[in-house]
Design a protein around this ligand. Structure first.
Ligand SMILES: Cc1cc2nc3c(=O)[nH]c(=O)nc-3n(C[C@H](O)[C@H](O)[C@H](O)COP(=O)(O)OP(=O)(O)OC[C@H]3O[C@@H](n4cnc5c(N)ncnc54)[C@H](O)[C@@H]3O)c2cc1C
Length: 531
């Protein structure tokens, strides 16, 4: 745990205290969770540890939601998206530690790499040593921003002015106060905030836009300052927060299967291919929903009604909009969810017969089958391509992606994906391939040997200015119905960490209500017997 910086855990709102273990006579609830993304899995783990009975229902054939991956008929691992773990993923690391999979994370060099057209690679380098002494936050960050060759001296100066007058500075001495200031910047775009603090458009173009696209799939003029600054305050105050890790292989095998095993070992059950079609509920005299009474689920032509004491919708935004009964929208709490929208994103994998990012050594570039790959082994950003971030998975996550006799597996995240959504997979791959070669001209004579495209019409919720108030709490106005999901109210951005945190918040809200929920469950059972 030390190695992933849990010693550095931040504010309570970002890392809540777990409730004490249940006493011997603590009530045991039957909980039905819809959705097996990280939010649903995290909720399940917490509730199982509190002694409750948990069933997870997932409409897809596999678990994991947006983190999922699956193998095609030829054994290629297809991912929903490129997933990178920042050093400040305290809730996710805690979950991974429970499931014994922290060692599946590979730590990359502590630098953020920008790949410009023509093979021009420049770093935002957080590695700061004086002699053998590692210098940490905030000095490593200050040095990284002062020395990065990605920006001109004037832009670096303007950058420092903007960041030096941001809530980040308050966070250094007063983390709660800094977070409050960050939350208050939800109404303004990062671009407007940054420029009003002296930041330059050139910095946005060359550095901040690729980062904003990577974080929220939006550019700086469309993303809220809250979203960006909530990450940067971590980067500034926690030495390892900006360090990047990637899974050693596919998310299905290296992350999700071990979490599923942990859930099953604790008595939890996961039912894939069971999609929830309807939430059934009781109403009061005025027609207001009081409690959920069951879920109607289908699997192909089969149907079942699931009854539980507590129901959790651990969904993405489109899933939540489909499931929430229309009548519930009379309550602003639920209607607000319909104001949130998802951002389209496309993940493209391109396999080559050599090493795309190995630009120095012609022999290594062609050397396949040596049991290792060559080139840039990190997350890569670019301001000169339609994919803002990308990585060679054969290098970063070699366990499942390195293949003997083959070269790079470039995984590129197209954002904004809107202009590409209507194109064919072949067209998309051809355009991404052209752009890869523009960034790495030394790869011009390599052949693309395989490709895959995954389009997600609505992925992350659009963290645009002013959207935060529409995010729902985990506890809802309907008695035994709770929400989880990265889009629900939590202080981190829409991410794996945000999803895991939302699951913890959801489970702890249920635990806080356990006595009332148990009484209601007992009353419902008694009424059923009487009937
Ligand atoms: C391309 C891409 C790249 C990303 N990169 C990163 C990254 O580098 N780092 C990072 O931290 N985050 C990243 N993210 C974000 C991260 O994946 C998400 O924030 C997180 O996984 C969301 O988890 P969730 O559980 O809230 O929702 P989801 O993962 O969307 O899970 C919701 C689940 O509910 C299921 N469901 C929906 N409706 C029903 C129904 N009616 N019945 C049953 N099941 C249903 C869905 O099938 C899905 O499995 C990325 C996302 C994408 C798309």
């Amino acid at each position: 745990m030390e190695s992933v910086g849990l010693k550095d855990v931040p504010l309570k709102s970002l890392f809540p205290d777990a409730p004490p273990p249940p006493g011997p006579n603590a009530p045991k609830l039957k909980v039905a969770i819809v959705g097996s993304g990280l939010a649903g899995l995290s909720t399940a783990v917490e509730l199982l540890e509190q002694g409750h009975e948990v069933d997870i229902y997932e409409s897809r054939p596999w678990i994991g939601g947006k983190v999922a991956s699956f193998q095609d008929k030829d054994g290629n691992h297809i991912e929903m998206g490129l997933h990178v773990f920042f050093g400040c993923y305290f809730n996710l690391f805690r979950l991974m530690a429970k499931c014994g999979v922290l060692e599946n994370l590979l730590l990359k060099e502590h630098t953020h790499t920008f790949c410009n057209e023509g093979g021009d690679v420049r770093e935002l380098d957080f590695r700061f040593f004086i002699g053998d002494t590692k210098i940490g936050a905030p000095f490593h960050g200050l040095r990284a921003f002062f020395t990065t060759p990605q920006l001109s001296p004037a832009d670096k100066l303007a950058n420092s002015l903007a960041l030096g007058t941001s809530p980040i500075v308050r966070s250094l001495i007063d983390p709660e106060g800094g977070m409050k200031d960050v939350r208050a910047l939800d109404d303004v775009s990062f671009a407007d905030w940054f420029k009003s603090h002296g930041g330059s458009q050139a910095s946005i173009d060359r550095m901040w836009d690729p980062i904003a696209y990577a974080l929220g799939f939006l550019d700086c003029k469309d993303i809220s300052a809250r979203c960006m600054l909530s990450i940067f305050q971590f980067f500034a105050t926690k030495t390892d927060a900006s360090a990047l890790r990637m899974l050693s292989g596919s998310p299905a095998d290296r992350l999700l299967a071990p979490i599923a095993d942990y859930i099953k070992a604790k008595g939890g059950r996961i039912h894939t291919r069971w999609g929830c079609r309807e939430v059934m509920y009781d109403t009061d005299a005025s027609g207001r929903p009081t409690d959920v009474s069951g879920l109607r689920l289908t699997k192909a032509s089969e149907e079942q009604i699931v009854k539980a004491d507590v129901y959790v919708a651990a969904l993405d935004v489109p899933g939540a909009k489909r499931l929430i009964p229309e009548a519930w929208r009379k309550d602003a709490f639920f209607d607000n969810i319909f104001k949130l929208v998802g951002v389209p994103v496309i993940t493209v994998q391109l396999r080559y017969d050599g090493w795309v990012t190995e630009m120095k050594d012609e022999m290594l570039k062609r050397k396949v089958g040596a049991g290792e790959g060559y080139g840039l082994n990190n997350l890569l950003y670019s301001a000169d391509a339609d994919f803002s971030c990308f990585a060679d998975l054969a290098l970063t996550s070699p366990v499942d992606y390195y293949k003997e006799g083959e070269g790079s597996l470039m995984q590129c995240v197209l954002t904004p994906a809107d202009p590409y959504m209507a194109k064919t997979n072949d067209e998309i791959c051809a355009e991404v391939d052209t752009q890869v070669r523009k960034l790495f001209p030394s790869a011009k004579d390599l052949n693309m040997t395989w490709s895959s495209v995954v389009k997600i019409g609505q992925s992350l919720y659009r963290e645009a200015p002013g959207m935060d108030p529409f995010r729902p709490d985990q506890k809802t106005p309907v008695g035994n119905f709770y929400l989880a999901g990265s889009y629900t109210k939590q202080d981190y951005i829409d991410s794996m960490e945000g999803a895991t945190l939302s699951g913890r918040q959801c489970a702890y809200a249920i635990v806080a209500d356990v006595d009332t929920l148990a009484q209601k469950a007992a009353a419902a059972k008694a009424a059923k017997v009487a009937a």
